[in-house]
Write a protein that binds this ligand. Structure first.
Ligand code: MIG
Length: 798
């Protein structure tokens, strides 16, 4: 008989000495005496993959996170056999593998240590589940900082924290709560001005410890699967993040309306209520592009059905809303009601598409509709079926976007709030238990939803939003930060979460503006809107059980502030869209924490509140009641106060005075910021001209403006317009050159140029080498109208 003590933890096991090695194309294998194999693959000179097995062979390689369409390549891969180690060298890094114990250290070409194993790879055999608990520990030097990891509600710098990755429905979470809805096992280390990244691509529950347990050790481990991580070398954080995003994939461009303002509540019904809300937006002239239907639009919470009492003619309603510029987005949950009169249930049952328990019965759990079964989205056939279910909603009824919720997956009234761990999944032909599939479930649901909406929305672009996600989900969907709370602390959390998501590859994210649970004061709501309009996804949402959260639920002043900031977002749409284009092309995060902006400046390492919106606008929310301004840090460079045009030099802390209808916003000198006229929704107006706000600088600066048809896929065929503006400012001279690419012709014909901070009086203006005559009246307040295709504006002054 086996006694309890025999089942107990036998301790950690370690690789022994290397007895053999082998090089194969882009990979090198190291074999130890005790059957451990380390496979090092060079994907790029600055991107190395480390994969370990303890069995003497590797199991099939499969990942949902890695974007297989992305290409990689390196310049150099050299392998040397030294006395006590093997050395792999690329054109960026040198990686040493100790012969004695398989420990790894990575240096740059000058020999500066970037990352080094402490104990390195080790493992614990799991008798209970089979396989190993796989562990890694790295030495951490004093002063090292840590960033990334998705939606964590903690300080930006994770030094001293331990975080857990297990997708969880965490209603009304609090600061430092672990775990949350999303799983992004990717972090950025910054030490001695060098940045590197680690992506631990393992979907089991993972834990990261950043010098929490031991002061000079960073470790991460998983409760199953392989020790399989990617090392990304910077040295700039920019390079780490863009490489990670390239590895796990980028989205396509969303339709421009998806970057507008969205209004949501649990729930708007019946139809008359929906129309009352949309009508009020138009009446109060607060721009809005999307209205959401939460679970009550369905018949008894059955996905793909409508409550005919509340919504007798959904197609007609959706069309009428569309006429008024509103796109309808509907929620779809994973739980399918067990109901023999429900066609979706019957189809799934007939095709055997629901998840099963280990011994065969279907996984059954209670969610909104009552007892439900749950499709296994990790099965490609199930995903295809699921995608097909969207035909009526999208093609026929005209819904424009789909909102996936509860996909952690969440189950009510059970311990752990999710599936039991024995539930089986197909995992794309790699059958496994829920322990392995849990963290990826939501992503595969969103992926299937995306495929469906995309197919039926064609030739328009799809819009998907999800609550749960794993690395790589950004290829299919946007996301929101789940059930937050109407509190000042949560405003602080929202700011950090969205910045963190941005540098974790998943940039199209926002929070429930105003807070989901509980009731915001007008002041809190206003402060939240002022931040929210600078988040890539911008939606007010609330649980609705505490009163209303439409802008007009608050007083006149708050309504005016909401309008002012939502209008600002609509003006900045071309700038925001250009940010998005840089994200999908180069993996550049749309929001940049200060440490990302200037990692050389150690002052930025612990900053959390200020961030760069795009490349040239700095935003700092007000996070306290009764504020008349705030202290903040302005990073390196010279910045114009957006409200006053005062030029301030950075790399210093300062007090910024703001009224209630302002937050500190600064524009980088030399920037050229494009603005559209205010519209009540994207595409409402055809305009003759757009504005370029030009901020004078002594020196040079580049700005970019990307535009296309704002929907559809023609931009992939070259029908886009990409304008690059080069600004050069001298003591008595200003030159703006424009270089254009792409075949898309914008509707407007003119730029209205507003010059800010001009240090001289204009004497002469030449446009494309032609002299422009002007008097003080036509060149009023430093405004100039030019043809949108100008190539050079040349201004001299006295
Ligand atoms: O158990 O659909 O996070 O945004 O309004 C609550 C109702 C289910 C949770 C989501 C929230 C949504 C709500 N849902």
């Amino acid at each position: 008989m086996i006694t309890n003590t025999e089942l107990e933890f036998k301790g950690d096991l370690y690789p022994s000495k290397i007895v053999e090695f082998k090089k194969e194309v882009d990979s090198v294998y190291f074999y130890t005496d005790n059957s451990v194999i380390l496979k090092v693959t060079v994907l790029r000179d600055s991107l190395l993959r480390f994969r370990y097995t303890t069995k003497g062979y590797f199991s099939k390689d499969f990942s949902y996170a890695i974007d297989k369409t992305q290409s990689h390549g390196y310049n150099l891969l050299e392998l040397a056999d030294d006395i006590d180690c093997y050395i792999i060298q690329t054109s960026k890094v040198i990686c040493k593998i100790q012969k004695e114990d398989l420990r790894v250290s990575i240096t740059d070409l000058e020999g500066n240590c970037i990352l080094e194993d402490e104990l390195g790879f080790h493992w614990e055999e799991s008798y209970h589940f089979g396989g190993n608990i796989v562990k890694m520990s790295k030495a951490s030097k004093d002063g090292e900082c840590f960033y990334g990891l998705g939606d964590k509600a903690s300080q930006m710098n994770l030094k001293g924290k331990r975080v857990e990755n297990f997708a969880t429905d965490q209603y009304a979470y609090h600061k430092d709560q672990e775990p949350l809805y999303k799983v992004v096992p990717f972090y950025i280390g910054l030490q001695n001005k060098n940045s590197y990244g680690i992506f631990f691509d393992n979907t089991f529950k993972t834990t990261f410890d950043f010098c929490h347990e031991r002061r000079n050790v960073t470790s991460f481990w998983a409760e199953g699967g392989e020790m399989n991580y990617y090392f990304i070398y910077g040295p700039q954080m920019q390079d780490v993040v863009t490489t990670y995003t390239h590895l796990t994939g980028k989205p396509e461009l969303p339709p421009l309306w998806a970057l507008g303002y969205h209004q949501c509540k649990w729930s708007y019904y019946p139809e008359s209520k929906v129309k009352e809300v949309t009508g009020k937006f138009r009446e109060l002239k607060i721009p809005c592009d999307a209205i959401y239907l939460d679970i009550d639009y369905m018949e008894g919470f059955r996905c793909f059905t409508w409550n005919k009492e509340y919504f007798p003619d959904p197609k007609k309603m959706v069309a009428e809303l569309a006429e008024d510029g509103f796109k309808t987005v509907v929620i779809i949950d994973p739980g399918i009601k067990i109901d023999k009169d429900y066609w979706v249930y019957n189809e799934a049952l007939e095709k055997d598409y629901f998840c099963k328990r280990a011994d065969g019965p279907y996984m059954k759990g209670k969610v909104w509709p009552g007892e439900c079964n749950f499709p296994d989205y990790t099965n490609p056939e199930v995903r295809e079926w699921w995608a097909g279910l969207f035909k009526e909603l999208i093609s026929d009824i005209g819904v424009k976007g789909v909102w996936n919720d509860m996909n952690e997956p969440a189950v009510m009234e059970v311990p752990g709030k999710t599936f039991p761990m024995d539930v089986r999944h197909d995992y794309d032909g790699n059958p496994c238990s829920h322990r392995k599939a849990h963290n990826i479930y939501g992503t595969q649901m969103a992926r299937a939803t995306y495929e469906g909406v995309k197919q039926f929305a064609y030739p328009k672009r799809p819009f998907i939003i999800t609550r749960s996600a794993y690395s790589g989900a950004q290829r299919y969907t946007s996301s929101w930060t789940g059930d937050n709370v109407a509190s000042w602390e949560h405003l602080w959390i929202a700011n950090i979460q969205v910045q963190r998501m941005s540098i974790s590859g998943m940039g199209f994210t926002g929070s429930d503006i105003g807070g989901f649970a509980e009731q915001p004061t007008g002041e809190l709501y206003a402060r939240w809107i002022q931040l929210g309009v600078f988040h890539p996804f911008c939606r007010t949402h609330s649980s609705g059980d505490h009163g209303d959260q439409e802008p007009w639920s608050f007083d006149e002043e708050v309504i005016d502030i909401t309008r002012k900031f939502v209008e600002l977002r609509y003006q900045l749409l071309p700038y925001l869209y250009t940010m998005f284009w840089e994200y999908i092309n180069d993996g550049v995060p749309m929001l940049k924490p200060l440490v990302y902006f200037d990692q050389e400046d150690t002052q930025t390492h612990y900053r959390t509140d200020e961030f760069i919106f795009g490349n040239q606008i700095l935003v700092c929310p007000i996070l306290e009641p009764n504020a008349q301004g705030r202290r903040m840090y302005l990073p390196t460079g010279n910045w114009y106060n957006y409200w006053t045009d005062e030029l301030v030099n950075g790399k210093k802390e300062l007090w910024v005075q703001t009224d209630f209808d302002q937050i500190p916003i600064f524009v980088k000198e030399g920037a050229i910021i494009p603005k559209y006229p205010v519209q009540q929704y994207v595409g409402e107006l055809e305009f003759e001209e757009i504005t370029l706000e030009v901020y004078f600088k002594l020196g040079k600066e580049k700005s970019v403006l990307y535009e296309d048809a704002q929907d559809g896929y023609d931009y992939n065929k070259g029908r886009f317009s990409l304008a690059t503006f080069s600004f050069t400012g001298k003591e008595k001279e200003l030159i703006i050159q424009q270089h254009k690419e792409g075949k898309f012709v914008t509707n407007y014909t003119k730029f209205k140029i507003n010059l800010h901070g001009l240090p001289f009086k204009v004497k002469k203006i030449m446009i494309d080498k032609e002299h422009i005559s002007f008097n003080d009246a036509s060149f009023n307040l430093n405004t100039l109208i030019v043809d949108k295709d100008f190539t050079e504006i040349y201004i001299t002054g006295v």
